[in-house]
Design a protein around this ligand. Sequence first.
Ligand code: GRF
Length: 186
Amino acid sequence: MKKSIGLDKINTAVFISGTGSNLKNLIKFSYKKKTPISINLVVSNKKNAKGLKYADKNKINKIISKSEKKIINHLKKKKITLICLAGFMQILSGSFIKKFNGKIINIHPSLLPKYKGLDTHKRALKNKEKFSGCTVHYVTPKLDSGKIILQKKVKIKKNDTEKSLKMNILRQEHKLYPKAINKIFC
Ligand code: GRF
């Protein structure tokens, strides 16, 4: 992927479906002096995604659609060259991923290749894992299987519940996503 040079920021879109805490955090990161990215578009496949409020608050263009065709049109219009998936609960088609080959990254709440897919925290607790964590990886047509950019381990405590583990991992996700972007572009 192209490295960021000087003032030229990487035009970035963040795709969400829910709370958007990673979106909020990436927006904050995009305001830092030395950041390689600017966030130019927020895409949601759900009209009631709570995270959409961060697009509004920060006056970032948003699009609410499930249609890849519509999404692609907006991505082109905004000259987007990096797509950050952040809790986006829609499987992207192979042709979409091919079109943006190597330019789509995702954050996943487990230490991939362990616990691909959903309910990662529940499954890690059920299996009495000592650690879980989060992973930022490139998106390929095979679910949660693209090249890993960065990972962070999180210790599972004896009294952890699904909720507490999720929160502990989310806190690390917010550090990891910017770090991973810096790793790619800086
Ligand atoms: C995060 O745990 C992320 O790893 C997963 O979905 C969740 C999104 O959380 N892919 P949020 O909407 O960013 O708060």
